[in-house]
Design a protein around this ligand. Structure first.
Ligand code: SF4
Length: 55
């Protein structure tokens, strides 16, 4: 059974997909490992869907 996230909370309010209440308005987000390494800590992940709100 596939389980798909129905909501994403995010504190990155400099992203154009960020909305009030720390919600992400993107249909899909892509979370990646930093530097292509196998991640073992939450701090080593990042959202590749990020786009600056003032681009
Ligand atoms: S696209 Fe990524 S960085 Fe931007 S609001 Fe959504 S989760 Fe946050």
């Amino acid at each position: 059974m596939n389980i798909i996230a129905t909501g994403v909370l995010c504190e990155v309010n400099t992203c154009k997909n960020w909305t009030d209440g720390n919600k992400c308005s993107a249909d899909v987000i892509y979370v990646v490992n930093f530097d292509g390494k196998q991640t073992s800590e939450a701090e080593e992940t990042g959202c590749k869907t990020f786009e600056p709100s003032r681009s």
